[in-house]
Write a protein that binds this ligand. Structure first.
Ligand SMILES: NC(=O)c1ccc[n+]([C@@H]2O[C@H](COP(=O)([O-])OP(=O)(O)OC[C@H]3O[C@@H](n4cnc5c(N)ncnc54)[C@H](O)[C@@H]3O)[C@@H](O)[C@H]2O)c1
Ligand SMILES: O=C(O)[C@H](O)CO
Length: 360
């Protein structure tokens, strides 16, 4: 028998019971649920990652819908428990849903939602920040200053890479990959090479139009190329950012062999999912190639890093914060609440909010 988990309750007399496994930013999501006669229960347990057992206890005997997190394992056990409790809706508070077994959800008649769109620009901005920080060695230089080591300007001090005129490579040119590509092309006048299963027509048109604009103003135009393989991107690009979904086809997409085909001074950024990169191979590659740099927001075994990574000066590491802007996190919470309401048929004035809702 799992221990009871601590909760905070909003609108105790609400007819429908909706559980959120974590407290989420803002109050709009809570108010939306209350307006549709929901009793909202928010788990206030101190531990960061809830176990399947904890969540089964939270679901209890009657539960209409759940908002969960990407750190949780939403599979057979949880969807069976939710279905037994009368629930028909689950929303991940994330766009990525590799932690959700959608087949199991289907089997138990539970609809699944995610939160795309509201995090596109915020996540792309972090990927751009990591690209810049790696190119200009900002974290190393900051540590140097704080250690009191700066004793005057020097021609070789923290020399990094100029981005202008170099090639940015994007693997997975969906919403976030395309937003990142636009930032790097427009902001730093980089040329683009991308690889995706599908053609990114709007992105191509954007780069073509921007190139024409630059040329009309007497500047070197930017260019784009859709690569026929991922290896072409790895060989040609100076900065490569990973933005595919995580599934069987993208697991360890970046491995020892592929790292060896990249330029010795390339920059690799990962704001997708940790297992897209073989992190052990990456640590080895970083050790062997001190001018190769990485910016990582995600890790193979979160919250852990593979041995050796934390000690490497050519790696910038941040704790999965790519979507962490206030606007975005409040938007994700709002979308997650709307997903649960719509999937559970609890919306009264559906037409007022349907355009804000996203489904997998
Ligand atoms: N670090 C973070 O905090 C953070 C934030 C948001 C999203 N993400 C991750 O980013 C991912 C992408 O989000 P999005 O909104 O851009 O999704 P999206 O669906 O718009 O884009 C994903 C792209 O990957 C492409 N793709 C799929 N398989 C591929 C393959 N084998 N090779 C190349 N491309 C492939 C798809 O065709 C699609 O264009 C999410 O699934 C999530 O895992 C991470
Ligand atoms: O998939 C997602 O949404 C991120 O990892 C968290 O924002």
């Amino acid at each position: 028998m799992a221990k009871p988990v601590s909760i905070e309750v909003w609108n105790p007399s609400g007819k429908y019971r909706v559980v959120s496994t974590k407290s989420m930013p803002g109050t709009r999501w809570i108010n939306l649920l209350i307006a549709q006669d929901c009793r909202v229960e928010i788990c206030t347990e101190k531990k960061t990652i809830l176990s399947v057992e904890d969540i089964v206890a939270l679901i209890g005997d009657k539960c209409d819908g759940v908002i969960g997190q990407l750190t949780e394992d939403w599979g057979e056990t949880l969807f069976a428990a939710l279905s037994r409790a009368g629930g028909k809706a689950f929303s991940n508070m994330a766009v990525g849903y590799n932690n959700v077994d959608v087949n199991a959800a289907n089997k138990y008649g539970v609809a699944v939602g995610n939160t795309p769109g509201v995090l596109t620009e915020t996540t792309a901005e972090l990927a751009a920040s990591l690209s810049l920080a790696a190119a200009r060695r900002i974290v190393e230089a900051d540590e140097f200053m704080r250690a009191g080591l700066y004793d005057g300007w020097l021609p070789y001090l923290f020399v990094g890479n100029l981005l202008k005129g170099q090639t940015v490579g994007v693997i997975g040119a969906g919403r976030i990959g395309s937003a990142y590509a636009r930032m790097m092309v427009e902001g730093f006048k980089m040329n683009l090479i991308y690889y995706d299963l599908y053609q990114a027509t709007r992105l191509e048109k954007f780069v073509t139009a921007y190139g024409a604009f630059l040329q009309a103003n007497g500047e070197q135009p930017v260019t784009w190329k859709r690569a026929s393989s991922m290896d072409e991107v790895l060989r040609e690009a100076d900065v490569i950012s990973l933005h595919p979904v995580l599934d069987k086809t993208t697991y360890h997409l970046i491995n020892k062999e592929r790292l060896s085909t990249m330029k010795k001074e390339a920059i690799l950024v990962n704001c997708s999912r940790g297992p897209v990169v073989d992190e052990v191979a990456l640590v080895e590659h970083l050790k062997q190639n001190p001018k190769f740099r990485v910016g990582l927001d995600v890790f193979e075994d979160e919250p852990y890093m593979k041995p050796g990574l934390a000690e490497l000066k050519n790696a910038i590491v941040v704790p999965h914060i790519a979507s962490a802007s206030k606007w975005t996190r409040e938007g994700m919470a709002t979308l997650a609440a709307l997903n649960v309401l719509v999937c559970q048929d609890l919306i009264i004035e559906l037409h007022l909010i349907l355009d804000q809702v996203q489904f997998i």
